[in-house]
Design a protein. Structure first.
Length: 68
Protein backbone atom coordinates (compact mmCIF):
# COMPACT_ATOMS: atom_id res chain seq x y z
CA UNK A 1 0.00 0.00 0.00
CA UNK A 2 2.82 2.41 0.87
CA UNK A 3 4.46 1.80 -2.52
CA UNK A 4 1.19 2.65 -4.26
CA UNK A 5 0.81 5.85 -2.23
CA UNK A 6 4.37 6.90 -2.96
CA UNK A 7 3.91 6.16 -6.66
CA UNK A 8 0.76 8.25 -6.75
CA UNK A 9 2.46 11.06 -4.89
CA UNK A 10 5.44 10.99 -7.24
CA UNK A 11 3.23 11.13 -10.31
CA UNK A 12 1.04 13.74 -8.64
CA UNK A 13 4.07 15.89 -7.99
CA UNK A 14 6.07 15.49 -11.18
CA UNK A 15 3.43 15.76 -13.89
CA UNK A 16 1.87 19.05 -12.79
CA UNK A 17 5.32 20.58 -12.42
CA UNK A 18 6.22 19.51 -15.94
CA UNK A 19 3.10 21.01 -17.49
CA UNK A 20 3.20 24.15 -15.38
CA UNK A 21 6.84 24.77 -16.25
CA UNK A 22 5.92 24.90 -19.91
CA UNK A 23 3.21 27.48 -19.21
CA UNK A 24 4.98 29.89 -16.85
CA UNK A 25 8.14 31.91 -16.69
CA UNK A 26 9.07 30.36 -13.33
CA UNK A 27 12.55 28.86 -13.37
CA UNK A 28 12.93 25.10 -13.18
CA UNK A 29 14.61 25.39 -9.77
CA UNK A 30 11.80 27.55 -8.40
CA UNK A 31 9.19 25.15 -9.76
CA UNK A 32 10.98 22.17 -8.21
CA UNK A 33 11.29 23.90 -4.83
CA UNK A 34 7.62 24.89 -4.90
CA UNK A 35 6.57 21.39 -5.85
CA UNK A 36 8.73 19.88 -3.11
CA UNK A 37 7.08 22.11 -0.51
CA UNK A 38 3.61 21.05 -1.68
CA UNK A 39 4.56 17.37 -1.63
CA UNK A 40 6.19 17.67 1.82
CA UNK A 41 3.04 19.29 3.21
CA UNK A 42 0.88 16.59 1.63
CA UNK A 43 3.07 13.80 3.05
CA UNK A 44 2.82 15.35 6.53
CA UNK A 45 -0.98 15.49 6.24
CA UNK A 46 -1.12 11.89 5.02
CA UNK A 47 1.04 10.67 7.90
CA UNK A 48 -1.33 12.29 10.42
CA UNK A 49 -4.35 10.43 9.00
CA UNK A 50 -4.88 6.93 10.37
CA UNK A 51 -7.78 5.78 8.20
CA UNK A 52 -6.68 4.40 4.80
CA UNK A 53 -9.82 5.58 2.98
CA UNK A 54 -9.27 9.12 4.31
CA UNK A 55 -5.68 8.97 3.04
CA UNK A 56 -6.87 7.88 -0.39
CA UNK A 57 -9.45 10.68 -0.43
CA UNK A 58 -6.75 13.23 0.40
CA UNK A 59 -4.53 11.92 -2.41
CA UNK A 60 -7.39 12.02 -4.92
CA UNK A 61 -8.30 15.57 -3.88
CA UNK A 62 -4.67 16.62 -4.28
CA UNK A 63 -4.46 15.04 -7.72
CA UNK A 64 -7.66 16.83 -8.80
CA UNK A 65 -6.27 20.10 -7.51
CA UNK A 66 -3.11 19.53 -9.54
CA UNK A 67 -5.30 18.72 -12.59
CA UNK A 68 -4.09 15.18 -13.19
Amino acid sequence: MNKVLLSLLFVGGVLPATFAAAQTSMSADDMLRSNELVMDALMQRIQRINDVSDRQTLIVEHMKMMEI
